[in-house]
Design a protein around this ligand. Structure first.
Ligand code: ATP
Ligand code: VIB
Length: 260
């Protein structure tokens, strides 16, 4: 079985010279903007604000650059699109981005999917176009990922909806991020090789079987896990590379360091 490689090199600043960064899109949600948002922004191929996520960049990005005029900062961080049901973006924020020429797409006719889901659909459609023009299918699927800023914290229904998007799009690498941790899905179709970036992440980590119980998950040892039974939380990363193989899809989570 083919090993899938994971490495949160996108968090490292400056970008490591010896390792190529994955090609990724950035989606900003309506939750506290991570302090490392400018690092994620700088290498993103596509930048999308999910509805009220626009308010977070408009209000929060200037705070990360206190020495620069707030309006100048806002002009520097211009997204490719703002998409969602448009019930959270403030009118003056919408006007600001529309005046900059940003497309604002109201997709409120769909009341069965969240704004994050709608943004992931947009990224997939855009990347299909890019893939056709630029990359081979294999290179595209192995390298490309979607980083979701502001996916955790606050309302649990939103967090659950965000995690559900990982399962709905299990064939795409999607990484949920907050200031404190990241979460991604490890599909059972692959064995996984996680290369820990110890300057920016760890040591706390977990493997959580939310969708279905696991009769066998192998890391350093072999164990069964189930939600309601044993789950692997409050672990400490002890190796540079973690390998995981399971008979069920698992959530991988690791803490993000406070001081990088
Ligand atoms: N507290 C939160 N925690 C995690 N994710 C959030 C939170 N608040 C919003 N989000 C994410 O940001 C996206 C956009 O948020 P926004 O508030 O604009 O959405 P919404 O669909 O209007 O939500 P609501 O349910 O409040 O009407 C949501 O789809 C969700 O993915
Ligand atoms: C069973 C069920 N529960 C809740 C909603 C409502 N809902 C889910 S996503 C969404 C859009 C939010 O931006 C809304 C309103 C639904 N449709 N079906």
């Amino acid at each position: 079985m083919e090993a899938m490689r994971h490495a949160s090199t996108f968090l490292r600043f400056p970008a490591p010279p010896d390792i190529s960064l994955p090609s990724y899109a950035l989606v900003v949600l309506n939750q506290r903007l991570p302090r490392f948002a400018p690092v994620l922004w700088s290498h993103a191929k596509l930048r999308v604000f999910a509805d009220g996520g626009a308010n977070r960049v408009y209000d929060g990005m200037p705070n990360l650059f206190p020495e620069i005029d707030p309006m100048e900062v806002r002009h520097r961080y211009k997204p490719d699109i703002i998409r969602g049901d448009m019930d959270s973006i403030r009118p003056e924020v919408k006007e600001f981005y529309v005046n900059m020429g940003v497309k604002v797409e109201d997709v409120s006719y769909d009341q069965d999917t969240t704004d994050l889901h709608k943004c992931v659909n947009y990224v997939c459609d855009s990347m299909d176009e890019l893939a056709k023009s630029n990359l081979t299918e294999a290179a595209y699927s192995s390298q490309f990922c979607i980083l979701i800023a502001g996916a955790l914290g606050g309302r649990f229904d939103h967090e659950a909806g965000n995690i559900n998007v990982l399962y709905k799009f299990s064939n795409i690498r999607i990484i949920l991020l907050s200031d404190d941790c990241l979460i991604q899905l490890l599909p059972k179709t692959h064995c996984h090789e996680i290369h820990i970036q110890s300057s920016v992440e760890g040591p706390h980590c977990g493997l959580v079987p939310i969708g279905a119980p696991s009769a066998s998950t192998t890391t350093t040892a072999d164990t069964g896990m189930s939600f309601g039974g044993l789950i692997s939380t409050s672990n400490i990363v002890r190796e540079d590379t973690i390998t995981v193989k399971s008979d069920t899809d698992l959530l991988w989570t690791i803490s993000i360091k406070k001081d990088f």
